[in-house]
Design a protein around this ligand. Structure first.
Ligand SMILES: [Zn+2]
Length: 264
């Protein structure tokens, strides 16, 4: 009886429980059956880490059954899992510069071009980069969580697609993990921005920098400084906006960090 209770307790506190729940904007973790490969979600390949599939779920995912496709000994298979609803909070932000709420017509083409560039970078699925830890880029106060439904000057906008970390201007920002710099430039909304591609569809973005310290094409190592905190672009004060993208979907950086680091 005690033994059974203890094993039940072990199940309850086992780390797999922490990431078992699949929510919109979260990461679904699936320990792969032996021999399974070619794992896809919505037709796109997914990241494999230590024998687990890590699947980024779009924040727009409807609760209900979702499906992973895979192959086992050349035969197609399907794995179903349940996505449960998550209530994200609301956030109202007052922006002083009206051009950042409703951009002037002459900037629209620039914004469109930048959006399509970012989309194409998020869609990449490159060779795996091997690393064992995925870290928050700086120790700062969390000033806005992922998933907030946001209003700029009362006007509804897309949910917050990253995590905001407030820190004094000039604070060093380090790479969450080793990777390749696929973008290092000034964007209209994001300000001075860096994209890091970590392979297998895992891409991180760092925005609003005061200064960028890497160049496109550079390879960065673990914890390497890639820039300094600033408030460029659509920003109300010095902070880092940090996004984590997995199989083309921006997911909760705190969830991804926990899930990745828990799998041993
Ligand atoms: Zn942000």
């Amino acid at each position: 009886m005690i033994k059974r209770f203890l094993s039940l307790l072990l199940v309850l506190i086992s780390p797999s429980i922490a990431y078992a729940e699949a929510v919109p904007g979260g990461v679904y973790t699936w320990p792969l059956p032996t021999g399974a490969d070619s794992i896809t979600f919505n037709g796109k390949p997914v990241m494999i880490h230590r024998g687990h599939a890590l699947v980024g779920l779009p924040i727009t995912t409807e609760p209900g059954t979702a499906t992973l496709a895979y192959e086992l000994d050349g035969n197609p298979g399907q794995h179903n899992f349940e996505v449960v609803a998550k209530a994200y909070t609301e956030q109202h932000i007052q922006i002083e510069n009206p051009a950042m709420v409703n951009p002037p017509a002459e900037t629209l083409e620039r914004i469109r071009t930048e959006l399509s560039l970012q989309r194409s970078l998020y869609a990449q699925f490159n060779e795996p980069v091997i690393f064992n830890a995925f870290r928050q880029p700086l120790e700062g106060r969390v000033s806005s969580l992922y998933g907030h439904r946001r209003y700029f000057n009362g006007q509804p906008r897309s949910p917050h697609s990253g995590l905001d970390l407030a820190a004094p201007a000039g604070t060093p920002i380090s790479a969450a993990a080793p990777g390749v710099v696929t973008l290092a430039r000034d964007l209209y909304f994001n300000g001075y921005t860096v994209f890091l591609d970590h392979g297998q569809g895992l891409i991180t973005m760092y925005c609003h920098m005061q200064e960028i310290l890497v160049s496109e094409g550079d390879t960065v190592g673990p914890d390497e400084t890639i820039g300094l905190v600033g408030t460029t672009g659509r920003s109300t004060g010095p902070h880092l906006h940090w996004s984590v993208s997995l199989n083309g979907n921006r997911v909760d950086p705190q969830t991804f960090m926990a899930v990745f680091n828990e799998i041993q």
